[in-house]
Design a protein around this ligand. Sequence first.
Ligand code: GCW
Length: 660
Amino acid sequence: NEDGYDLWLRYHLVADSNLLSRYRDAFTHIVVQGNHVVLRSAGAELARGLSGLLGRSIPVRDQIGKSAVVVGTKVDNTLGPEGFTIKRRTDRVEITGAGERGALYGAFRFLQQLQRQRPLERLDLTDRPASPLRMLNHWDNLNRSIERGYAGKSIFVWDELPGLRERYVDYARLLASVGINHTVINNVNASAEFLRSERLPGLAALAGVLRSWGVRLWLSANYAAPITLTADQPSPITVADPLDTRVQQWWQDKIDEIYRLIPDFGGFLVKANSEGQPGPLDYGRTHAEGANMLADRLAAYDGKLVWRSFVHEGFDDWAEYEYRVFHPLDGQFHANAVVQTKNGPIDFQVREPVNPLFGGLPRTNQMIELQVTQEYTGHSTHLCYLVPEWKSILGFQTHTGTGSGPTVADIVTGLAYDQENVGMAGVVNLGDDRDWTGYQLGAANTHGFARLAWNPKLSADEIVTDWIELTFGGDRQVVSVLKAIMLRSWSTYESYTSPLGMGYLTYPLGSHFAPAPTTTQNLSHHTTAEGTGFDRTAATGSGFTGLYAEHWQDIYGSLANCPDELLLFMHWVPYTHRLRSGKTMIQHIYDSHFDGYERVVEFRRAWGRLAGRVDQARYADIAATFDAHVIEAERWRDTIVSYFYGFSRIVPTGTGWLQL
Ligand code: GCW
């Protein structure tokens, strides 16, 4: 059945019959060397995958015979703790990890090579992940709603735990298949209920499933949990002050309790003093004091504390707040504490400058938070493949160290400051919809995030090709058409929703889907009859550009040097200002919105040409998504264009306009 449930883990019979018979000769059975649960998972996955791909049962055996696929571990200091090698010997294939998790990753990669019909001669490879922490963040609530989720309800049926569903295994397989090793299963707007003693055995059961696939379970913690969870006790705790000894003892007991049940518990993720959440500032303490109190108690168990830097209340310009709060705290966070920072200074817009906190916290462990779920990028209606955006962020040269470096990728892989507690977190798009991500093509973002966390040097082209071949097979036409669509989709979405870096043209308190430019006056733009944009320069504006290294201050601060794609983020500009293209700013806004819409129409047409090359069910499902995408792109185009026409009263020039 082609309902998208298998995502990229599709083990269908190898289509090329010559290759199939070569594979059948080369792989007849599997041998697992060792008894570790993760190795057994690797064996089970190989059996499942090979049996599907080869169309016959490929069993796990005790003895190595001819044409065995052998999976195991061997000490190898060059591989790092999670790396692997796949090696073809004369009579067998060896998949070897430096640790069990590496072996599991090797098993998945081996199967992916076969899914992509790689010749036997090209199966050998060695690989290891770049970032130590490759993490998903679920914004899942106790009632199974998902904040900013567009794929149904939470996968996790909390009230049924410790009862387990088969889908949890598939969830864990899906993570392991692309090297995700940590997952935070509940919303950062956290209910304290997740920490209630009655819930913990259930969560321990879930952690057990994840453990078999090399994934550690984490929880988002509500900072006021000691208050909430002692409210019905004879002498309740009434504060959450990190320096209060009763509060400290409460957390100590809670952490001890968790580790008794979940010995490999990953740690806590905390959103504090942000958007109404409680936190240490309520008691006059700093974010660092608040974080360290928890980090110290987790440290004894090898747990970690991830503290989000996403705070934006108080200043005139949202963009500056995070930096002003967190930069002074650099060096104060303890060794197992990690600050998790969104890629940009605003909030997951389709285009933002890189958050100046990258390069601004050289003495702090840092993770980057990317949004896989498409909160501001079209939910499950607009196709928006985000890997090209993430690539541009990870490749950003901060100029805060020697030369032009370090890049964001250098920071989150630990290279920049020689750190281990660093990595990448993705606010994930998974839900209990049959296809997991709400629309079939959305899974490319899930896959792409994980692949980049594994290796930020992979190109968007390589990653999307990998995903397409795994998901739809190797038909040349399908690969090339879909690849072209996917790789243009981010810039297309940008072109009809966010002129020249402006961003945030959707109602701030709403679902962040439809255009509502009037509601973000002052937040993302200052639109008048003469011009638009936001002056964030140090010379005449908010001063935001001054938070960057000098190199970028000069570029962003200057109207002449500022890159077009960030022009209206950094500057307020008259409508008649000429861009590098020679067009006026207002004409560019008009044209880009019309062009963007046309491109979406073209996406739909191109997909239509693949009829018959993709199974009917998935073909039709995706075609329906493009139908809806076209309608919504038109709505954005017309709203934004008429908004700026309304202010500027400048009539667009060029062909076609009069007929509209
Ligand atoms: O902008 C906001 C989102 C919220 C989210 C918040 C955050 C989890 O709209 O839904 O809350 O970002 O990242 O904390």
